[in-house]
Design a protein around this ligand. Structure first.
Ligand SMILES: CCCCC/C=C\C/C=C\C/C=C\CCCCC(=O)SCCNC(=O)CCNC(=O)[C@H](O)C(C)(C)COP(=O)(O)OP(=O)(O)OC[C@H]1O[C@@H](n2cnc3c(N)ncnc32)[C@H](O)[C@@H]1OP(=O)(O)O
Ligand SMILES: Cc1cc2nc3c(=O)[nH]c(=O)nc-3n(C[C@H](O)[C@H](O)[C@H](O)COP(=O)(O)OP(=O)(O)OC[C@H]3O[C@@H](n4cnc5c(N)ncnc54)[C@H](O)[C@@H]3O)c2cc1C
Length: 602
């Protein structure tokens, strides 16, 4: 087991190799990010590519992009994204770091006025990054203009030592043994560090040589643009992480046999147990659902970005709501699912050699970073409340809220489901999800004047986001899908995804009158049939993810199914097995045993 310093050094070696190859092969950002996935260590390249570069692209002028991105692409500098502080993370407008303009020297003075203003968490800040985009309160002519981005050099490019006025280090070990412990999330305090005025990212606003603050004609929310970008990438990462966990649990469930042997025959595969299927197959369906919605979200983000280029900001609120909501729902579901997959593998799921503890440790923080999932869903609730009031004033909603325009029908419709088979009808499913989401949003809007309830808003936001995921799965199935029988299997998975949500949130569907108790029990009956229908193809459906054993990193999820010999072999690799008599025996155990033995003979 590597110590944290050895783990860090090992990852730095891998990352430096990856960067070198990135430059030698002239990889694009997309390709570099794929490389990131290959080395699969939450390492340095994440923040450089995933946040430092996008922040400069999104908030820098053409001139600033040319200057800084040229160096960043060639890894002449290594950057991070320093926004969160010890005292503030969610509340960006509450950040305390200051950037005070000094007209006498044409510089900004970057300063950490309080302990809580210490930058805290930025990945790669602790030991690796030479530069950062630092978010600070811009103060000029004695006025505080709020949070803006500034490019700062942190370390010497000669000997990597911190520059004068900068105290910088790692914030210490984190959850789990591997995973994020290879990442040097850092702490930084600034003591009146001076930077040139042209290192303020000036696409959204600028300060003139005389110190005048000038806001440009783009919405101030573009300051948050990098977070929108990362949130949409996290949805794709969540689908990958979930599909890895499901691949391990399904393959192991097909290998593992417990009980059920008749007259000395073979025991039963645990994957055949109904309880195992009802716990595992919704995750299998979710893995496909999140992959499809992640593909759509990437399209949405690209479309919004293109519109922004032509100064069309109309879809920015939709982009924020969709990326915030989908990041929140998919990462929460993924973290819960990985933990459950660990339990679905019994004792062996708890071993590091199963690959599941590491997968959990790497993906759990996704519920927090890039925006706490509750805080983000409250942003979606805010977006929905605005949309409901616009509908009330006659404005036709578009995009993912277009269904709200059908308010007359959706507020009073009854589900058409009468038989178990009716729950296979995508239109019937989509209608109950639309009705549930709309009625919960309207109920929340109506109550908001009385007692603004965060819970109602939160739940309405979840309903809206789940509708998006179900809708995108249904739309995917309307496309041409190659492969004999593939579409039929995906239709079953779409049914499982939607009906397991109806089962899980039946209270919502009943309390809003979208389904009756009988329709709810028909949905459960349908779900049980779908599990049985998917069982024969479950292994094929996870093989379809096409993960190598290396990438899966799991003795339980091996493609060849040779689990027990893999577990046994892995055990002996543990450093504890380097000696048959353990260290410590002579000092601690032997005296006790000998003494007790002697006593027993008295
Ligand atoms: C599971 C997969 C894991 C795999 C692991 C591998 C790799 C993963 C890949 C990448 C990740 C790698 C490393 C991790 C990096 C993590 C980096 C970070 O964490 S960076 C810091 C992230 N911090 C946050 O997200 C902060 C969250 N808080 C906020 O976003 C804001 O403070 C706020 C909550 C939104 C509140 O904003 P504000 O204080 O301005 O108040 P409001 O009045 O609510 O908003 C004003 C206005 O602006 C709109 N708006 C808000 N945000 C945005 C946005 N992002 N885009 C567009 N518009 C936005 C908001 O809707 C309001 O509009 P209006 O209603 O019209 O007034
Ligand atoms: C592994 C990891 C990597 C990170 N990397 C970076 C990085 O590279 N750069 C960077 O700048 N930051 C980074 N962060 C910081 C991260 O972005 C913040 O931790 C995140 O935004 C959450 O903010 P917070 O910690 O202030 O949580 P808080 O907001 O303090 O959350 C604490 C609790 O309060 C609740 N809460 C907060 N506000 C409200 C509200 N208005 N209504 C209801 N409930 C509320 C939350 O739901 C949560 O339950 C990283 C964090 C982690 C864990």
């Amino acid at each position: 087991m590597l110590s944290r310093k050895e783990l860090f050094k090992d990852t730095l070696k891998k990352a430096a190799h990856a960067w070198k190859r990135t430059v030698e092969l002239h990889l694009t950002e997309e390709e570099a990010n794929l490389l990131r996935l290959y080395i699969d260590q939450p390492g340095y390249v994440d923040l450089h590519w995933v946040m430092f570069v996008p922040a400069i692209k999104g908030q820098g002028t053409e001139e600033q992009q040319k200057k800084w991105l040229t160096m960043a692409y060639k890894f002449q500098i290594i950057g991070t994204y320093a926004q969160t502080e010890l005292g503030h993370g969610s509340n960006v407008q509450g950040l305390e770091t200051t950037a005070t303009f000094d007209p006498s020297t044409d510089e900004f003075i970057m300063h950490s006025p309080t302990l809580t203003s210490s930058k805290w968490w930025p990945g790669g800040l602790g030991k690796t990054s030479t530069h950062a985009v630092v978010y600070a309160r811009l103060i000029t002519e004695g006025k505080d203009y709020g949070i803006h981005g500034f490019i700062m050099q942190l370390r010497s490019l000669d000997d990597h030592s911190p520059l004068p006025g900068i105290t910088i280090g790692d914030i210490g070990g984190k959850f789990g043994s591997g995973a994020y412990n290879s990442m040097d999330n850092g702490v930084m305090r600034l003591d009146h560090v001076r930077i040139p005025r042209d290192q303020m990212l000036m696409r959204l606003a600028q300060v003139t040589r005389e110190g005048k603050y000038v806001h440009s004609d783009v919405p101030k929310q573009l300051l948050y643009g990098t977070m929108v970008y990362v949130r949409q990438t996290i949805v794709a990462d969540a689908s990958r992480a979930l599909s890895r966990a499901v691949c391990i649990a399904v393959r192991y469930g097909a290998i593992r046999k417990q009980f059920g042997s008749k007259a000395g025959g073979p025991e039963t595969q645990v994957l055949n147990y109904k309880t195992q299927q009802s716990r595992l197959f919704p995750f299998l369906a979710s893995a496909y659902a999140f992959r499809f919605v992640g593909q759509w979200l990437k399209w949405l983000y690209t479309d919004v970005t293109q519109k922004l280029e032509s100064k069309d900001f109309s879809t920015l609120p939709e982009a924020h709501a969709c990326t915030a909501g989908l990041k929140s729902v998919t990462t929460s579901a993924t973290a819960d699912a990985i933990e459950e997959c660990q339990k679905l593998c019994g004792g062996h799921g708890y071993l590091n050699s199963s690959g599941l503890p590491e997968l959990f440790a790497v993906n759990l923080p996704a519920c927090t970073y890039e925006g706490d999932n509750v805080v983000l869903l409250l942003q979606v609730a805010r977006f929905l409340m605005k949309t409901v009031s616009q509908v009330a004033s006659g404005k036709q909603p578009v995009g993912t809220t277009a269904y709200m325009g059908n308010i007359q029908h959706l507020m009073q419709c009854k589900s058409v489901v009468n038989t178990v088979e009716d729950w296979l009808n995508p239109a019937a499913i989509k209608e109950v999800f639309e009705a549930r989401a709309l009625r919960m949003a309207v109920n929340c809007a109506q109550n908001i004047s009385k007692a603004p309830s965060q819970e109602e808003g939160f739940e309405a936001a979840v309903a809206h986001v789940q509708l998006i995921i179900v809708t995108k799965f249904i739309e995917k199935l309307q496309e041409d899908i190659l492969g004999h029988g593939v579409k039929e299997q995906l239709q079953k998975l779409c049914g499982i995804y939607a009906l397991h949500l109806i089962h899980k949130h039946l209270g919502d569907f009943l309390s809003t009158g979208c389904v009756t108790a009988r329709q709810g029990s028909l949905a459960n009956e349908r779900l049980g049939k779908l599990y049985a229908q998917v069982r024969p193809n479950a292994v094929a459906l996870v093989d379809a993810f096409d993960y190598t054993d290396h990438y899966l990193g799991s003795a339980l999820g091996r493609y060849d199914g040779d689990v027990y010999s893999a577990l046994y072999k892995e055990a002996w690799k543990d450093p504890l097995n380097e000696t048959v008599v353990p260290d410590g025996y002579q000092e601690h155990l032997r005296p006790l045993l000998k003494q007790q033995l002697k006593l027993s003979r008295l």
